[in-house]
Design a binder for this molecule. Structure first.
Ligand code: FE2
Length: 190
């Protein structure tokens, strides 16, 4: 991966990530540590965060090659939580600012759209925390829960372009699932 066009914190991050990725299956603890290290760079992220108004959902791609790992800064406003979904690639999430509530689900899909969903893990994450997921245990949702603190600006690192894959979207409240064809990003916010 060429690192030339990026500002130095991203160049450093991508170079270290490349070393981790020489193995077929990356060490997700190491990947998580690298992402937390990057998320701590207040000086780098402050101006990027300032460009995303707190009142609205927003994102800013930071690293986006055609294939392989990609990095996006995502903001969700107060009380806005994303839909539950799978990725079919590995994922790491680390807050830069605010409180990101992350829920991981164990999901069993049945024909006809019914799903059994069990909340496997729920964490209110702040800077210094990281959540990592590896398929097939890659069903999650995250965003802001009222009363937890300021709304989050978080780094999301994806192992590949998830829109190339057949994925699923879930509704834990209704106990349902639906297929997301390649290219379908699903519904963004609940
Ligand atoms: Fe996700």
């Amino acid at each position: 991966m060429s690192t030339a066009p990026w500002p130095s914190p991203l160049r450093h991050f991508v170079a270290q990530l490349d070393e981790q990725r020489s193995a077929d299956v990356p060490d997700m603890d190491q990947v998580g540590r690298l992402l937390v290290e990057l998320a701590a760079d207040e000086e780098f992220f402050a101006p990027l965060i300032a460009e995303i108004p707190a009142a609205h959902p927003g994102d800013r791609w930071l690293v986006r090659p055609e294939r392989g790992p990609r990095l996006v800064l995502v903001h969700r406003p107060d009380s806005v939580m994303g839909y539950t979904h799978s990725h079919r690639c590995w994922v790491a999430i680390a807050p830069v600012r605010g409180v990101e509530t992350h829920q991981r689900w164990d999901a069993v899909r049945h024909p006809g759209g019914r799903a059994e969903l069990r909340l496997a893990d729920e964490r209110a994450m702040t800077r210094g925390d990281v959540a990592t997921l590896t398929p097939p245990h890659d069903v999650h949702n995250h965003g802001h829960v009222a009363g937890t603190g300021p709304s989050p600006y978080s780094l999301i690192l994806l192992g590949d372009d998830m829109l190339r894959f057949d994925r699923e979207e879930y509704d834990p409240g209704r106990g349902t699932w639906r297929a997301l064809a390649p290219g379908d990003p699903g519904r963004s916010n609940r």
